[in-house]
Design a protein around this ligand. Structure first.
Ligand code: CAA
Length: 418
């Protein structure tokens, strides 16, 4: 029998502060409806230099091990997907290994391809286990990032930060992946990038949305071809995409998931055989179906709307939000996932939600994780944004959380909250 491999459990770490998105809109002289209805945001996570990619990754991984009772000696691989690493050479994964005192026998490394980096890690871990090379060990994949465009930029309301740690194993209690059926699409584009030495990303915002949608189309069609071949979906009265119980998308801002879903439906409507909406305008209208969006997508966006963009982790925040809310009713049902990284790369994949998803998600305590944050004013957010990245302010980390304490001789030193 083919091995069942996938995500056994997950944990989320978020910065200790956030701003209300309407406060930000008012401070920028923008109609708050643009950020709430236009972008789909409610709150935005705010980091300070002490909460960097390493501290968020280590906090999420430690939380995963503690909440889910993972035996560290069973971990054979630790991958960190990030596009906001802290060193050109030393990986975030090696910091996490040291801070958590994880086995020296593990394979550790970082993966980078903009927001796709976490999915690259997840697929490497999944295929490592499915191939048998893991020899019964489990893998931890951490997606950790801080999205930063800068004050008074168009991207400002789509910032955020955090980390999601995934436990990947042969006991996929959250999601058993359909290994080998992924669809991929890559293109050489400058839609979003961050030249070496820059703290803030550069982005061609509207072009980046078009790149996302074009890459999604290629990746989804690639998955659909294989899914049709394997009988996972079929051309029938309902579109192939509608045969997935839910679809979690990469969420740079929540409204993007709605645009992505419309595009996915357009792919099905354009390729469908038999009678359907005849003109491009009619297809566009059907693709926009609010009912389909409400049924298949809306329930995944609870965390994203309160945290903002977390680059590599955004798709996995959508998965976490979805299973947090609907883990019990989705048990045994197939869902789709779309990962997108600028530059660019998209991957569409699917999996079946596990029977123990609700129980595993309850241990992740996501309501508690969000409730422990502090709301700050726009003045305080702006002050934090202007702090130099190499001089963290003294602040005790919360129990179980890590924080950058200082940089000495170009070496980063972290402390753990007791
Ligand atoms: N009330 C309600 N809605 C309003 C409104 C109001 N008063 N004013 C404007 N809106 C709507 C607009 O109609 C628009 O909606 P549609 O897209 O559905 O038409 C929406 O609010 C946004 O308005 P604009 O397009 O005018 O906003 P903008 O030009 O200021 O910036 C943005 C939007 C391009 C997304 C910008 O925030 C940005 O550059 N963000 C970063 C880039 C990004 O996230 N790209 C996504 C794809 S790339 C990717 O996915 C990788 C990644 O993680 C970065």
């Amino acid at each position: 029998m083919k091995k069942r491999v996938g995500i056994e459990a997950l944990a989320v770490a978020v910065p200790s502060r956030y701003v209300d998105i309407e406060d930000l809109a008012r401070a920028r002289g923008v109609d708050p409806a643009k950020f709430t209805a236009g972008l789909g945001a409610k709150e935005m996570a705010v980091t300070d230099p002490g909460e960097d990619t390493v501290s968020l990754a280590a906090t999420a991984a430690a939380r995963l091990i503690q909440q889910q009772g993972v035996d560290p000696s069973r971990i054979g691989m630790l991958v960190v997907g990030t596009e906001t690493g802290i060193d050109h050479s030393k990986p975030v994964a090696s910091h996490v290994q040291g801070l958590l005192k994880l086995p020296r026998t593990m394979r550790t490394y970082d993966t980078q391809h903009a927001c796709y980096g976490g999915t690259a890690g997840l697929m490497a871990a999944t295929e490592w286990i499915a191939s048998g090379a893991g020899a019964g060990k489990v893998a931890i994949v951490v997606c950790s990032d801080i999205a930063r465009y800068g004050l008074n930029t168009a991207g400002e309301p789509t910032q955020g930060g955090g980390a999601v740690a995934l436990l990947v194993s042969e006991q996929p209690d959250l999601l058993a992946l359909d290994v080998g059926l992924n669809g991929t699409c890559t293109m050489d584009v400058y839609d979003f990038w961050r030249p070496i030495g820059r703290r803030e990303a550069l982005v061609d915002g509207h072009y980046s949305i078009n790149c996302y949608l074009e890459a999604l189309s290629g990746a989804y069609r690639g998955w659909r071809e294989k899914a049709l071949e394997h009988g996972l979906v079929r051309w029938s009265g309902t579109l192939p995409g509608e045969q997935l119980a839910r679809i979690a998308y990469h969420v740079p801002f929540c409204k993007m998931a709605r645009k992505a879903h419309t595009q996915l439906r357009l792919c099905d409507l354009e390729d469908a055989v038999g009678p359907g909406p005849g003109t491009p305008e009619a297809r566009e209208e059907v693709a926009k179906s609010a009912a389909s969006y409400d049924a298949q997508v809306a329930s995944s966006l609870g965390l994203n709307s309160r945290i903002g963009n977390v680059y590599t982790a955004s798709l996995y925040l959508a998965l976490a939000g979805l299973l947090h809310r609907e883990g019990a009713q989705l048990a045994s049902q197939r869902i789709g996932l779309l990962s997108y990284g600028s530059g660019c790369m998209a991957e569409f994949f699917s999996g079946v939600v596990g029977e123990k998803a609700a129980e595993r998600m309850a241990r992740a305590d996501l309501d508690g994780v969000l409730a422990r944050r502090e709301r700050v004013s726009i003045e305080e957010y702006e002050r934090l944004m202007k702090l130099p990245s190499d001089a963290p302010e003294a602040k005790a980390p919360a129990p179980g959380a890590f924080r950058l304490a200082e940089i000495r001789d170009h070496k980063r030193l972290y402390v753990e909250g007791g």
